[in-house]
Design a protein around this ligand. Structure first.
Ligand SMILES: *Cc1c(COP(=O)(O)O)cnc(C)c1O
Length: 418
């Protein structure tokens, strides 16, 4: 059972000022979840969550998370600039990019971000661009398949990220020679994991590697970044991760591997995006058409340009028809947007209550990788982003894109006034 954090009455009030479609975020949920995350890792003195900006690149969201103790994980110029403009700089910023342009390394260094090198060849590039900083991190890729128990979770051997074991050892040696003094390691091996075993399994691999690095290079890591990948239950019958338990299990592996190696002071970092924000965002949209052909269709005023995950990954997003929460799910619909693309469907063959024109639909779990993955195909515009504050008020934290915005990069094309 998934319950929206807004009611029909609330949405009817909100649309008087901010018409659909819009993404809305739930401040109370975001703050409470961030607190849980910190509590789960409170056993680790240096613990820090670096929120993956790409998941929800909005300054208001970054500032809320910063107040909860989080930093930012950036991977592009725009994300670095946004973080800096929010007053989040220095050790509060992780720059975990790949295929990185030189000017982005330079900017990251300028704002004091911790650069997480994706490849050994980036050492020379960084040296030439802005010099090797005192604090630096390297991204690890163990290759092969990544399995938890006997289940293959992902295929690092096929992923473009990170350095091989030999390369990463070489990288730490070189970085030390070049004057680096504080070192970290990072890896991201599986995405949207809905199992409490992901971080502990990853931690074991990284902790063992950290001990090996110390033995072979004399470099003692000061932080290990478990990165993102903690998933959420998009489907109502899925059980979510228990972050408290995940924290405890990582603690056990830490005590088992790092403490005996004299590395009990290593700080644990995370770079969660989805886990921090996805459940605390809804895409709210209105039913504007019904169509009865070979299937039953409901056309809404949002489309894949506002939420790409169903079209791109065939991802499930739960849908609630507001005001009809208690009605029987006795109608089978495809819920569609207006793109001239048949994959523009928020749901296929979904059992829902009877939908009438003008009904408001909540598409759940759009708080991360939702708005952020938007695009302008078919000339569709970006929606607004709203925030439901803790006191129940609603503020707009990004206005909707206008058609003038859409044409703004076409210099002198024409002066649009609708
Ligand atoms: C995308 C990404 C994250 C966040 O991933 P989630 O699945 O949202 O937790 C963290 N770190 C890096 C380097 C990423 O690319």
């Amino acid at each position: 059972m998934k319950t929206p954090f807004v009611s029909k009455d609330q949405v009817e009030e909100i649309v008087k000022t901010y018409p659909t479609p819009f993404h809305i975020y739930y401040e109370k949920g975001i703050r409470e979840n961030a607190k849980k995350m910190y509590k789960a890792f409170s056993w680790n003195k240096g613990f820090k969550e670096y929120f993956a900006v790409k998941a929800t690149p909005n300054p208001t969201i970054l500032k809320i998370l910063h107040e909860c103790g989080c930093g930012t994980d950036c991977s592009s110029m725009a994300e670095l600039v946004m973080s800096e403009k929010c007053g989040i700089t220095g050790n509060d910023v992780m720059f975990s990019s790949n295929d990185t342009p030189a000017e982005e390394f330079a900017y990251a260094a300028k704002i004091g971000a911790t650069i997480n090198l994706d490849d050994i060849t980036h050492i020379d590039m960084l040296k030439e661009t802005c010099g090797i900083p005192k604090r630096i991190s390297c991204r690890f890729n163990p290759g092969g398949k990544f399995a938890i128990a006997n289940t293959i979770m992902d295929n690092p051997g096929d992923a473009k990220y990170g350095m091989t074991p030999d390369q990463i050892i070489e990288a730490y040696k070189r970085l030390k020679e070049e004057g680096a003094e504080e070192f970290g390691m990072h890896a991201f091996l599986a995405s949207n994991t809905v199992t409490n075993d992901y971080y502990p399994t990853l931690a074991k691999i990284l902790f063992e590697m950290a001990v090996k690095i110390k033995e072979e290079t004399g470099v003692k890591l000061s932080f290990i970044n478990l990165s993102g990948g903690i998933g959420i239950p998009y489907k109502p019958d899925q059980e979510g991760n228990d972050i408290e338990k995940i924290g405890e299990e990582v603690h056990k592996v830490f005590d088992e591997i790092l403490v005996p190696a004299g590395m009990g002071d290593v700080a644990i970092y995370t770079e969660s995006g989805r886990f921090m924000l996805a459940p605390y965002g809804h895409l709210v949209t209105k039913a504007i058409h019904e169509k009865h052909i070979y299937k039953e269709y409901i056309g809404v005023d949002a489309c894949a340009a506002n939420l790409m995950r169903p079209a791109m990954y065939d991802a499930y997003h739960h849908i609630t028809v507001l005001g009809k929460e208690d009605q029987p799910l006795d109608h089978k619909y495809d819920i569609t947007g207006s793109l001239c693309e048949n994959n523009d469907k928020f749901a296929k063959d979904r059992m829902l209550p009877k939908i009438d024109m003008g009904d408001y639909l909540v598409i759940h779990d759009t708080g991360a990788h939702g708005f952020a993955m938007g695009y302008n195909y078919n000339g569709r515009l970006w929606s607004a982003e709203l925030l439901l504050r803790e006191d129940g008020s609603v503020v707009q934290i990004r206005r909707p894109e206008t058609i003038e915005d859409y044409f703004a990069t076409l210099d002198g094309f024409w002066d649009i006034k609708l």
